[in-house]
Ligand binder design. Structure first.
Ligand SMILES: C[S@@+](CC[C@H](N)C(=O)[O-])C[C@H]1O[C@@H](n2cnc3c(N)ncnc32)[C@H](O)[C@@H]1O
Length: 336
């Protein structure tokens, strides 16, 4: 093979092995290897502390090492974390590894090629129902999902200080999960009170979170479906990582229900990815878009696509601001 082709072959082969890498990372996180290697160890010291077959674990570590995870010193005979494997200890990355490698995700992806030929998600083809229905029927998986969502919200908590709630008092977080975002927003906007609007199955998780933070007087939880209606009586709606879960038709329904719930002049804050070709996060946005397509028949959108949805549902787009240093944006709109 010629030089260029050979170099391309190496890169392509590594990409082909994506699912295998996902599973190796899932396995080492499940075995808690990054934590066990906070202190450098010989392999036998490490192996003693895990239920894995030692010979298999060692081969996994040696395969992950050239990808940048873990480091073995031939001089000392010790294994230790590399900067990348140390990052697996980070709450958000750890939760993502546990989510992206879990059997639901992996099995869902087996239906990806078929889903590309139909207007349904790979989840529906594999499991026969929408992802949120499947989660509702599987409490352990729902717990893992909500933990991932919470970790993502909490880790970048400081970034949410740019969500301007100075003119809002009662804030409704539509599809607000366990309430972690409202708790983060309260740090920068101590004047707010409000509620999470969520599916019945998630209600108790948000209530527990508010009680654990002694915030049950400030925040309540209302159960229902945003596809049917959104509660009135709030002067700002926040919606994080919701629209990207849904196709245009359902996104319009959600936005129309938000519009009905808000008086003219009140604010809507959409926190989501925005696809911007020139952005540093462009690759991430494109990958997230495909993930949304596969798992939920959803999509990431450009600013123009979001603006069109807002205009059609009675909102005016005011601004789009990046929540640095991550890929999320705050899309601020006013009910007209
Ligand atoms: C991707 S998660 C985002 C959660 C949270 N906003 C966050 O950013 O961490 C989507 C949320 O929408 C909720 N959800 C799904 N369908 C819903 C519906 N029909 N009505 C209300 N909430 C719904 C799910 O339970 C889930 O918590």
């Amino acid at each position: 093979m010629e030089g260029d082709k050979l170099a391309n072959f190496g890169k392509i082969y590594q990409l082909f092995l994506g699912p295998q890498v996902t599973m190796m990372l899932y396995t080492v996180v499940e075995l808690d290897i990054p934590r066990l290697l906070i202190e450098p160890k010989t392999f036998s010291q490490l192996a003693e502390q895990t239920p894995a077959i030692p010979e298999k674990l060692e081969r996994i570590l040696f395969a992950l090492e050239p990808l940048g995870f873990f480091s073995f010193s031939q001089e000392t005979g010790l294994w230790t974390n590399s900067p990348m494997s140390e990052t697996l200890l980070d709450e958000k990355i750890n939760a993502m590894a546990r989510w992206l490698g879990n059997p639901f995700e992996i099995e869902m992806l087996t239906k990806f090629p078929e889903s590309v030929r139909q207007h349904v998600s790979a989840t529906e083809l594999r499991f026969g129902c929408h992802s949120f229905e499947y989660l509702a029927a599987h409490p352990d998986l729902l717990e893992t999902f909500q933990n991932t969502m919470r970790a993502v919200t909490k880790i970048f908590g400081d970034g949410y200080k740019i969500v301007d709630l100075s003119s809002a008092n009662r804030v409704l977080d539509v599809g607000g999960g366990d309430g972690s975002l409202l708790i983060e927003l309260l740090k920068w906007n101590p004047h707010i009170s409000g509620a999470v609007y969520e599916l019945e199955e998630v209600k108790s998780k948000a209530e527990k979170n508010f009680t654990d933070h002694n915030l049950q007087e400030k925040f309540s939880v209302i159960s229902g479906s945003f596809l049917n209606s959104v509660p009135e009586g709030f002067d700002c709606i926040v919606m994080k990582h919701i629209l990207h879960d849904w196709d245009d038709e359902n996104s319009k329904k959600i936005l129309q229900n938000c519009r009905r719930a808000l008086e003219a002049g009140k604010q809507l804050k959409i926190i989501d990815n925005v696809i911007i070709r020139s952005s540093d996060h462009y690759l991430y946005a494109r990958m997230a878009d495909i993930h949304m397509m596969a798992i939920l028949n959803g999509k990431e959108r450009s600013k123009e696509q979001l603006e069109a949805l807002l205009n059609e549902t009675g909102f005016r787009l005011d601004s789009v601001d990046q929540i640095k240093p991550i890929q999320d944006f705050v899309v601020s709109a006013t009910a007209i």
